[in-house]
Design a binder for this molecule. Structure first.
Ligand code: ZN
Length: 251
């Protein structure tokens, strides 16, 4: 057998897949008050204009919160955070049951969107939660408005009120207009997009446990355990729909 058989070929598809995964599209963060955005249509092959993931946001006292996709909810595999939540819930102690909530995964949606106030940023990644999602579905299903249509769609107006756990979002249809005046601009932006499905990656059990260890959340001798909940009411950001860890790798 020739030694040359070890070499494959570098395909055009591999190059564009890698380029898409390395894209630097930024994360949109809704500001306090009024945000006017435009959500792009679904990428072909996706039924809705967003992908759905389930994420854990786990606050470790004195450390950065640990964020990762839930292997149980997304791939029916073992998840150390869900298991910790199960154990707390099973004790029957009301305080543990309350602490268990910090270990549940939240549904998150990610769409491509443009911020009308920051058009120079081009197409951004827009993370949001179930409340905004149900309004968007309502616009499409009950009001019959395809707000994502590039020419005849609608801007979306999102009012953000409050911070952290008490953040509220009011979502309405805005002006009906083309997404941009100059479609060649959109063409250029669209050539730089990441693959949304790259955000749906799930880490294996041991890697998640190690993520906690490096965040300072696992003490020696308890390699399989996650930090216990604070028992208090703080710590969770699950109700803050648009909160995304601004760190280099939110997933
Ligand atoms: Zn989980």
């Amino acid at each position: 057998m020739s030694q040359l058989e070890q070499f494959g070929s570098y395909t055009k598809e591999a190059a564009s897949k890698a380029r898409a995964e390395e894209s630097t599209a930024g994360w949109m963060k809704l500001k306090q008050g009024t945000n006017i955005i435009r959500i792009l249509p679904p990428v072909k092959g996706n039924p809705e204009p967003w992908i759905t993931i389930y994420q854990h946001f786990i606050k470790i006292p004195g450390a950065k919160q640990v964020v990762f996709n839930c292997p149980r909810r997304m791939e029916n595999k073992r998840c150390p955070a869900c298991e910790k939540g199960d154990r707390l819930k099973a004790t029957g102690n009301p305080a543990d049951e309350k602490a268990a909530r910090d270990f549940w995964a939240s549904q998150r949606l990610i769409a491509f969107a443009i911020d009308r106030d920051e058009m120079d940023k081009g197409i951004q990644l827009f993370p949001f939660g179930a409340t905004i999602k149900s309004r968007l579905r309502h616009f499409r299903e009950k009001l019959g408005k395809d707000f994502t249509d590039l020419n005849d769609g609608y801007d979306i107006v999102i009012e953000r009120m409050g911070q952290g756990l008490s953040t509220e979002y009011q979502t309405d249809l805005g002006e009906q207009c083309p997404i941009v005046g100059d479609m060649s601009k959109l063409e250029a932006w669209a050539s730089e997009l990441p693959d949304l499905n790259s955000f749906a990656k799930v880490l294996d059990y041991q890697t998640i446990v190690e993520k906690f260890a490096s965040a300072g959340g696992v003490t020696a001798g308890s390699q399989q355990s996650l930090p216990s909940g604070s028992g208090g009411s703080g710590g969770s950001v699950q109700d803050d729909e648009n909160e995304i860890d601004d760190g280099s790798d939110p997933y």
